[in-house]
Design a protein around this ligand. Structure first.
Ligand SMILES: [Zn+2]
Length: 242
């Protein structure tokens, strides 16, 4: 086991239920010492963006992505997971913009080329798309949390996609990238009325992606089964100072 200290939550994926009924999320966090790391499984209510925490982790022999860790004893200790994930406070509000700007230097081509797990890209957004993946949303309840209706990411009727180019010089042959957003906030928005196209399509507005008064950055991460495919696991944003 390894202890990672002073991690800051930057992005969190929408929850998925595991085979044994646990509802789990994947969190992307940053620390000076470790850079960007991926941690899972994390219970859904435990951490929020900008929380600072320590975590005890172990390697997952099934997942070879860079800087990717499993919470130590997560299965055995699921109901006592705070033993291994210790929240310490919040990253100071006035330091956040500076941190985002210092990290947002990536372009997708170099992330792929260098086998990076994560990157933060300043996008020039060119389009939004709500792709239909199912005829209807299938909603489940879970034995671990009866108050929460779980909708797994792939059980939603719609999936939001963004098309963009990297602001930094990009080494991809095709500079236009189309990526799925899996940020938790985005699925929480759709969950309120998951079968309404009119409601779900407002997800982009809700994330301030259509608002010129906001600066936005995409925290992108690669997929376990397809390490050269990246999805948007977090949208980092702040209002421009006028
Ligand atoms: Zn690019």
């Amino acid at each position: 086991m390894i202890e990672l200290k002073n991690l800051v939550v930057l992005g969190q994926g929408a929850p998925n239920s595991l085979r044994d009924g646990r509802i789990s999320r994947c969190v992307c966090a940053y620390s000076k010492e470790h850079g960007l790391v991926r941690l899972y499984p994390i219970p859904k209510a435990l951490l929020r963006q900008w929380d600072v925490f320590d975590a005890t982790v172990e390697a997952n022999s099934q997942d070879h992505r860079e800087n990717t860790w499993k919470i130590f004893h997560s299965k055995e200790d699921w109901q006592r997971i705070h033993k291994w994930i210790i929240k310490k406070g919040e990253y100071p509000k006035k330091e956040r913009t500076k941190l985002i700007e210092s990290l947002a230097k990536d372009n997708l081509g170099d992330l792929i080329k260098n086998g990076k797990s994560f990157g933060i890209i300043e996008p020039k957004i060119t389009g939004f798309e709500l792709a239909k993946q199912n005829e209807t949303t299938s909603i489940q309840t879970t034995i671990f949390d009866l108050d929460y209706q779980i909708i797994n990411q792939n059980e939603f009727k719609y999936k939001p996609y963004v098309t963009y180019e990297c602001t930094a010089e990009c080494s991809c042959k095709n500079p236009v990238h189309r990526q799925q957003i899996v940020e938790w906030g985005c699925y929480e928005w759709m969950r309120k009325n998951p079968n309404s196209e009119e409601h779900c399509e407002k997800v982009f507005e809700n994330l301030q992606l259509t608002n010129k008064d906001w600066k936005k950055y995409f925290l992108v991460g690669n997929i376990h089964k397809s390490p050269k495919t990246y999805i948007i696991v977090g949208v980092l944003r702040y209002k421009n100072k006028s």
